[in-house]
Design a protein around this ligand. Structure first.
Ligand code: PLP
Length: 428
């Protein structure tokens, strides 16, 4: 009955060290590891070290904290922003100019204006945005478009994605037209972008995406004479959330794309194109943990373990039925001979971090570690039921633990209200 996987996912601190941290910063909190973030970034970069130039525009939405963006920017990463707040985070972390790529959709004018003022690369999501941008801001010096390849098949003709059902990007017809319009308007510098996959761990998907994009870049060059400065293959690199899963073979991704680069781009006179990606999850996903304390145990028709965190700190299990590995501090080697639903406190039955999970016997007060919460974890949190979002901590490479965002307070929650007695909590 033991779950052999229990110990297969590591936490980067000893039990004693984490207990010290908890004394200083009460649970719940997300804690990130600087070294792992930098290692993940380095591995991605190494897969493309053959390319004339490679830039990773870190997807800020994955972990929208300027401390994290700053760590990456020091190693050379840019940012991928999709809101005005993310543009400000990028700016605060010192990432400006063409190191920023604005890949948004349904974009408000002020966001375009902010991006232009930072000198960011603007990546348009629709053909009508050319006029919108020109009318509400101005046309930039360099422009890029997001391509939606509709239903894409791999070589075996299986559908690997249904972008046709997605709201993003331009159709094949529109993308030729869009670049033509921009040429006619006098724009001289161009890039090309797509984002197809999400949490995908098959190397072949990324290699196939590159083929589609390289062929498209070559064809547009042929027809319109545009010499692209960059091709951005998007993000979507997956991580093994379950201990049974394998990580993406980044070396294979890099090698496969290198072959296509030489087969398609070089003969088309595009041999100096800069390759770009905008990964979020692959950089910070495995570098974060949600640390919680068990508040209650409840036995009814099932066995429940109730934590001091909830969906406001991690929505992925409820939203996507996503698996997040769970370990119990100090019980890493204990047999997993109990079965629990691990819940939060929302009045929503899907507020569960795990359902029917095999875990060691848990007591009230135990510290529970939820793994791989570094990307799209804290970031997605919301305040439904008046629940407050947790703090964020960063383990520096020196071993020092830094508070990089405090937990929300009731004051934050009531800050947008001007109802006279909405701040009664302050009298206590
Ligand atoms: C969300 C998103 C990303 C990052 O996705 P990951 O799965 O975290 O790699 C990159 N680009 C765009 C446009 C996105 O919306």
């Amino acid at each position: 009955m033991t779950n052999i996987f229990q110990t297969q996912k590591k936490f980067p601190m000893t039990q004693a060290a984490l207990r010290e941290v908890i004394k200083k910063f009460p649970t719940p909190f997300h804690i990130y590891d600087e070294k792992i973030i930098r290692d993940n970034f380095r591995k991605l970069r190494e897969a493309f070290d053959w390319a004339p130039e490679f830039i990773e525009h870190f997807a800020v939405k994955a972990t929208p904290n300027p401390y994290i963006v700053e760590v990456l920017s020091k190693d050379g990463a840019g940012t991928d922003c999709s809101s005005i707040a993310e543009l400000f985070i990028s700016e605060a972390a010192g990432v400006i100019g063409e190191k920023i790529m604005l890949t948004s959709n349904d974009t408000p004018a002020e966001e375009f204006r902010k991006a232009l003022s930072l000198g960011a690369i603007i990546n348009l999501d629709d053909i009508t945005h050319i006029n919108y941008l020109e009318r509400n801001a101005r046309l930039p010096e360099i422009i890029s478009f997001r391509y939606n390849p509709a239903d894409i098949m791999n070589d075996g003709n299986d559908i690997i994605g249904r972008p046709a059902e997605a709201k993003y990007g331009l159709t094949r017809e529109q993308i030729f037209e869009a670049y033509k319009i921009c040429l006619d308007k006098g724009i001289k510098r161009f890039g090309l972008h797509t984002m197809i996959a999400s949490n995908e761990r098959k190397a072949s998907t990324f290699i196939y995406t590159a083929r589609i994009m390289f062929e498209l870049a070559a064809k547009i060059k042929n027809e319109l004479g545009i010499k692209f400065e960059f091709v951005n293959l998007g993000g979507g690199l997956g991580i093994p959330y379950h201990p049974d899963e394998l990580p993406v073979d980044l070396k294979m991704v890099g090698e496969g794309i290198k072959e296509l680069f030489h087969e398609i781009l070089v003969p088309s006179g595009l041999g100096d194109v800069r390759l770009a990606m905008e990964s979020g999850r692959a950089i910070t996903g495995s570098a974060g943990w949600l640390v919680s304390t068990v508040l209650h145990k409840k036995n009814t028709y099932k066995n429940y373990v109730g934590l001091d965190s909830c969906m406001s700190d991690l929505m992925r299990p409820a939203l996507y039925n996503a698996y997040h590995h769970i370990t119990v501090l100090g019980k890493e080697e204990a047999p997993c001979d109990e079965i629990y639903d691990v819940t939060g406190s929302l009045c929503e039955n899907n507020d569960k971090f795990a359902i029917d999970r095999r875990l060691p016997k848990i007591e009230v007060g135990d510290v529970v570690i939820i793994h791989d919460t570094g990307a799209h974890g804290h970031a997605m949190g919301f305040n439904y039921n008046g629940k407050l979002r947790s703090a964020e901590l960063l383990i520096r490479e020196s071993g020092e633990v830094e508070l990089i965002r405090r937990a929300e307070t009731l004051d934050d929650y009531f800050a947008t209200l001007n109802f006279p007695n909405a701040r009664l909590h302050l009298r206590h």
